[in-house]
Design a protein around this ligand. Structure first.
Ligand code: 8DG
Ligand code: MG
Length: 312
């Protein structure tokens, strides 16, 4: 297995740096995040700093883990340890004659990026915060919660409302979606069958672990995000087999909402996330201020109900 460290330089406007692999290397002409093989005795972070200096002439000033994933190409398996770099010194230039491009994550479809990088692009498109609605029986109160979360700047909100009937849930999703969309936000819903495809503000589907067990892949919508919850290795494998693009893994810590559940701890979370090869949110007893610890354990960010109940 080839271990690789790669850096995602991200500017304040959200654009990230892609480099085109130069002639003479494997997959020449395809786009990638600058980086290269980790040498013997080097940590991933050291390799990142060396590769970015060698390939694009920048000195890393601050970086945090973004996503670590494995991908099997036909001749080799790579482990890509990617880092989000938001502060660096120097102007990026292609020191190995590679073309460079600053690209918004939403516009990467027009670049022929290496196959392994799909989940990295997902990680860049997805927010770090995933608020989940509190367990309420009143649809109007849920709508007010959704609008407040969107006004707080949340781009993606999980509508969890097990106490609503199927009808009430569907009506709420169809009413809230367009209003959230107008605020730059969107919903992940778990009862989508009655919601017309293409409804504004419906960003995707979230499968509970129980739903992921029983659903057929062919019953899933073919547009939008697919998220799934998991609590252990078997559920994680099921979610990945269904093609979930992002996972919500928990409980990381004890929570009042799910007493009696098997607590993973941050280390248990990290072990599962390391198997996932896609963005993973930690859920359960985490606060917004735990995001950094979640990043350090290989996660995308913090999912939660109480974490986001007060304005940030
Ligand atoms: N840098 C980088 N490599 C990637 C990405 N995605 C991906 O599959 N890879 C693969 C391609 C290569 O097989 C491997 C990186 O090796 P490399 O050829 O860039 O290694 P290097 O910079 O040390 O170059 P070399 O001197 O050994 O040729 O990882 C990516 O986004 N960035
Ligand atoms: Mg390289």
């Amino acid at each position: 297995m080839v271990r690789v460290a790669a850096g995602v330089l991200r500017r304040a406007d959200g654009a990230v740096l892609l480099a085109q692999r130069p002639a003479g290397k494997i997959a020449a002409g395809r786009w990638e995040f600058p980086g290269g093989k980790i040498e013997a005795g080097e940590s991933p972070r050291e390799a990142l700093e060396r590769e970015l200096a060698e390939e694009i002439g920048v000195r890393v000033q601050s970086a945090r883990p973004l996503l670590c994933l494995r991908h099997a190409y036909t001749e080799r398996t790579v482990e890509l340890d990617t880092w989000l770099v938001e502060a660096w010194a120097g102007q990026a230039e292609g020191l190995e004659n590679q073309a460079l491009a600053w690209v918004q994550p939403a516009e990467m479809e027009s670049y022929d990026v290496l196959e392994a990088d799909g989940p990295i692009i997902d990680a860049l498109k997805l927010p770090c915060a995933l608020p989940i609605t509190a367990d309420r029986a009143d649809a109007d109160a849920l709508l007010a919660d959704l609008l407040r979360l969107a006004a707080d700047g949340h781009r993606l909100i999980r509508l969890r409302a097990p106490r609503l009937s199927e009808e009430a849930y569907t009506a709420l999703a169809m009413q809230a979606g367009p209003r959230l969309h107008a605020l730059g936000s969107g919903l992940l819903i778990d009862r989508w069958q009655g919601v017309p495809a293409g409804t504004a503000g419906i960003a995707g589907v979230h499968l509970t672990a129980a739903a992921a067990q029983r659903i057929e892949r062919s019953a899933l919508p073919d547009a939008g995000w697919l998220f799934a919850s998991c609590h252990n290795r078997a559920e994680l494998e099921r979610a990945c087999a269904l093609g979930a693009q992002a996972l919500v893994i928990g409980p990381v810590h004890a929570t009042a909402t799910h007493p009696g559940a098997q607590i993973l701890g941050l280390d248990g979370f990290a072990q599962l996330a390391a198997q996932a090869n896609r963005p993973c949110y930690g859920l359960g007893g985490l606060a917004v201020s735990d995001a950094e610890a979640v990043f350090q354990h290989g996660g995308q960010g913090v999912a939660g109900i109480s974490a986001y109940q007060h304005p940030r």
